[in-house]
Design a protein around this ligand. Structure first.
Ligand code: PGA
Length: 254
């Protein structure tokens, strides 16, 4: 049985004071850990350790990125070993903003996934097409290429611990969400035509595929009722306690 997952991607936002207030609020939100919905918060790197202290037993923290390298002379990078050493067990990999603004390639994303798996860190592997790709009808091709590269060294057993996030670039941070039907079509494609040929039907069926791109309290439930949408990666709305809690509620109700 695959799990519902609601992950918050804070990106480069919030002072520590603001972050603490939000973390305490999420932590107070009772029962998260008792229900069948995993909550993961991905704050800026420097808050991970303190966030972990606040979160014990309720939700998990995740990084927003992981280095493709092992430790060493890589100024400004954070390795899987470093994350692991402070008890971080999740990381986002290949977010569209990393691909767009920092030039991350499919191959780099693949190496980052490898490093996460080596350190027992579950990767939230992002994929998604640009508006140009979609207008040209290339969305499935692009997503398949991204995921094939990201998963090239992942075996069946490791795949059971990874999370796929489908985030159409044109919907990220734009207020424009994919319609539930558009999202469902891509999620079904990922499950049946990307994951199943590589890992087999059982692993594909057990894989959590979450949607990201302007998820809000007003559209979360319509997305979550789709059979292949297993939760959300939430950007903007994860910065509001009220909005984020209501998205978690929507996932728990289903
Ligand atoms: P958004 O961001 O919800 O603000 O569109 C989603 C994401 O970037 O993961």
């Amino acid at each position: 049985m695959r799990r519902k997952i609601v992950a918050g991607n804070w990106k480069m936002n919030l002072s520590w004071e603001e972050a603490k207030t939000l973390l305490l609020g999420i932590n107070r939100f009772a029962n998260i850990h008792k229900r069948d919905c995993k909550v993961i918060i991905c704050p800026p790197f420097v808050y991970l350790d303190r966030a972990n202290d606040i979160f014990i037993g309720h939700a998990s923290v995740g990084a927003q990125n992981i280095s493709e390298y092992d430790n060493g002379a890589y100024t400004g990078e954070i390795s899987g070993e470093i994350l692991n050493s402070i008890g971080v067990h999740y990381t986002i990999v290949g977010h569209s903003e990393r691909r767009q603004y920092f030039g991350e390639t499919n191959e780099q994303v693949g190496r980052k996934v490898d490093k996460a798996i080596e350190r027992n860190i579950k990767a939230i592997i992002c994929c998604g097409e640009t508006l140009e790709d979609r207008n040209a009808g290339r969305q499935k091709h692009v997503v398949k290429e991204q995921l094939t590269a990201a998963l090239r060294n992942v075996n069946k057993e490791a795949m059971e611990r990874q999370i796929i996030a489908y985030e159409p670039v044109w919907a990220v941070g734009t207020g424009q969400t994919a319609s539930p039907a558009q999202a469902q079509e891509m999620h079904a494609f990922i499950r049946n035509e990307v994951l199943e040929p590589i890992f087999g039907a059982e692993v594909a069926d057990n894989s959590s595929i979450i949607y990201g791109g302007s998820v809000k309290p007003g559209n979360a439930e319509d997305l979550f009722v789709q059979p292949d949408i297993d939760g959300a990666l939430v950007g903007g709305a994860s910065l509001s306690l009220e909005d984020f809690n209501s998205i978690i509620h929507a996932a728990q109700r289903l």
